[in-house]
Design a protein around this ligand. Structure first.
Ligand SMILES: [Ca+2]
Length: 304
């Protein structure tokens, strides 16, 4: 009797294990399919961008609407495309020539961005310390010792990220990845997140007038106040800027503004950021990529 019960128990255990293995196989298959779909969608997005008019890029263009497919059985793919050049190019703070040095114009522009976003302007010194090769902090800056001290008092002060090495000290070289800005010392998590969303290192170094937020537009000149920034932003949504000269037609645009901002502004995108989410039988695969127009469409960042 005991033997029969034991045999039955083993039988049930084996059957359950078999079922679990089946389920695991099914999920693994669905995950694999989702991954393939996401990669395929990236190819479609590349074609879409390749076919776009490259003389200017503005809200309302085909790319800005993204892509989406859905089949009856719950298979779904969504692609969201944004202009990387809508963000402030934080890598311009530190020039690459002559072994690297601070670009004073870019620093002034970054400070205008911080002020427009209501973020501590001292973050500018922290960002310069992040780039400069030495470990001597600026008066309002932060080097390795500041980060170590902050980590001691609050182990969660440096937000962990999964896809890059931990950034718990300054890199002491120019910004390479957009998310480095989220790790600058002295920012509250909410502030770090907002700054992280407003900057890039992959947009090609210029800001697209057509897609930038009013805050990013204000970084371009001290003569672009909140009102003018809103005017420029609203105009880009009605009639895209086809050249920088179109800026002169915006009401309130001061004389010489076009020439002043020309080194840091453009009307087209330097790169696009694509977020893809594919769902197959409840399993999800995500791809984030940054695509640049070059000879063809080059992938300059890829994560899945
Ligand atoms: Ca440094």
């Amino acid at each position: 009797m005991v033997l029969v019960a034991a045999m039955a128990a083993i039988g049930i255990a084996l059957a359950t294990r078999g079922q679990l293995a089946d389920e695991r196989t099914r999920s693994a298959l669905a995950r694999g399919e989702a991954r393939l779909l996401a990669r395929g969608a990236l190819g479609t997005v590349k074609n879409l961008i390749a076919e776009e008019d490259a003389t200017f890029d503005a809200p309302g263009d085909l790319w800005s609407r993204g892509l989406g497919w859905e089949s009856g059985d719950g298979t779904r793919v969504e692609a969201q495309i944004t202009d990387e050049s809508a963000r402030f190019p934080i890598e311009t703070l530190w020039t690459k020539e002559n072994g690297g040095r601070l670009d004073l114009d870019a620093r002034d522009a970054f400070e205008r961005l911080l002020a427009a976003m209501d973020l501590p302007v001292s973050t500018s010194d922290v960002a310069i310390d992040w780039c400069d090769p030495d470990d001597d902090p600026f008066p309002r800056g932060a080097e390795a010792a500041t980060y170590a001290e902050a980590a001691k008092s609050d182990p969660f002060s440096v937000p962990p990220i999964s896809f890059t090495p931990p950034m718990d000290r300054p890199a002491n070289r120019p910004f390479r990845l957009p998310e480095e800005a989220r790790h600058l010392a002295g920012l509250k998590p909410e502030e770090a997140a907002r700054l992280g969303d407003a900057v890039t290192t992959l947009g090609g170094g210029k800001i697209n007038l057509n897609t930038a937020s009013p805050e990013v537009l204000r970084s371009l000149s001290s003569r672009i106040d909140a009102d003018l920034a809103r005017q420029i932003h609203a105009r880009a949504r009605r009639i895209p800027f086809r050249s920088l000269e179109d800026l002169a037609a915006v009401p309130g645009s001061p004389p010489g503004l076009v020439a002043e901002i020309a080194p840091r502004a453009d009307v087209k995108s330097g790169a696009f950021r694509v977020r893809i989410r594919a769902t197959v039988r409840g399993e999800v695969a995500e791809v984030v990529a940054v695509l640049r127009r070059g000879e063809g469409i080059e992938t300059i960042l890829y994560r899945e």
